[in-house]
Ligand binder design. Structure first.
Ligand SMILES: Nc1ncnc2c1ncn2[C@@H]1O[C@H](COP(=O)(O)OP(=O)(O)OP(=O)(O)O)[C@@H](O)[C@H]1O
Length: 231
């Protein structure tokens, strides 16, 4: 299993008896492409942050690639993420004054030595596959269009050939034509590299690209969540 959750309970407020997430069991097999949806505020981004080891679990276990994130220190989780997980979050989180290539080089810099590859040639190849032509490689990220920045963020998330790619609402700023082109490119890339994908979006029209669709409320039994649904 790429992801395996058991008896997870999480709340931001450690004193709260009303967790945001309470997931008895959930797993994602290697190579699955999962579309995860749910109402605003229901905890999707929180779950992604837990899976990425950005947030630490308060109770229960999260295994990624058979390694228990809950048994790792924050430093160990950071290293594990750099080596195994690609992340694309809503704001892309590119460093605006760095070029497209430098943003990608930086992501590779944080991995363990055996994971470092011939970054430059691979970064250029990825950018090319994603439709970013040579002339843009050395432009500051801030000078690229939203769609181009989004593709640079995908290239960056793939530079370390992650086993798991976590993507949070990446298409909200795109028109429908760019969105379809982006989805086609993303699905081709993850299939080609046999990457497990967890993708969060409110856009239900995207479910057709996925092998599995999950509503957070199907797996999350937290009580707070029900009040959110009726809100
Ligand atoms: N850093 C934080 N500290 C405290 N509470 C937070 C924090 N981040 C999120 N929350 C709360 O946790 C709940 C779940 O938020 P989360 O962002 O995970 O939902 P979401 O399903 O991703 O929402 P959306 O679809 O609007 O992005 C919300 O009630 C939110 O206010």
């Amino acid at each position: 299993m790429t992801v395996s959750i058991r008896n997870l309970r999480f709340s931001y407020d450690k004193t709260s008896h009303d967790p945001i997430l309470e997931i008895p069991e959930w797993s994602v097999a290697a190579g699955e492409h999962v579309f995860l949806h749910g109402p605003s505020g229901s905890g999707k981004s929180t779950l992604l942050n837990l899976l990425a080891g950005i947030l630490a679990t308060t109770e229960g276990s999260i295994k990624i690639l058979d390694q228990s994130l809950d048994l790792m220190s924050e430093r160990q989780r950071d290293k594990f993420r750099a080596n195994h997980i690609g992340l694309v979050f809503q704001q892309f989180n590119l460093i605006h004054y760095l070029s497209a290539l430098d943003n990608i080089r930086l992501a590779n810099h944080f991995t363990s030595a055996p994971f470092r590859r011939k970054t430059d040639s691979r970064a250029k190849e990825l950018l090319k596959t994603l439709g970013i032509n040579d002339a843009l490689h050395n432009q500051p990220a801030s000078s690229l269009s939203t769609g181009q920045q989004q593709r640079v963020a995908i290239a960056r998330s793939l530079i370390n050939t992650p086993e798991l790619l976590i993507v949070d609402e990446p298409t909200s700023a795109l028109d429908s034509q760019s969105r379809d082109a982006f989805m086609t490119m993303l699905m081709e890339t993850v299939t080609q590299h046999n990457i497990t994908l967890i993708f969060v979006s409110h856009d239900q029209s995207l479910t057709r690209y996925f092998s599995r669709t999950v509503a957070l409320q199907e797996i999350n039994v937290a009580r707070g969540h029900h009040s959110c649904l009726s809100a």
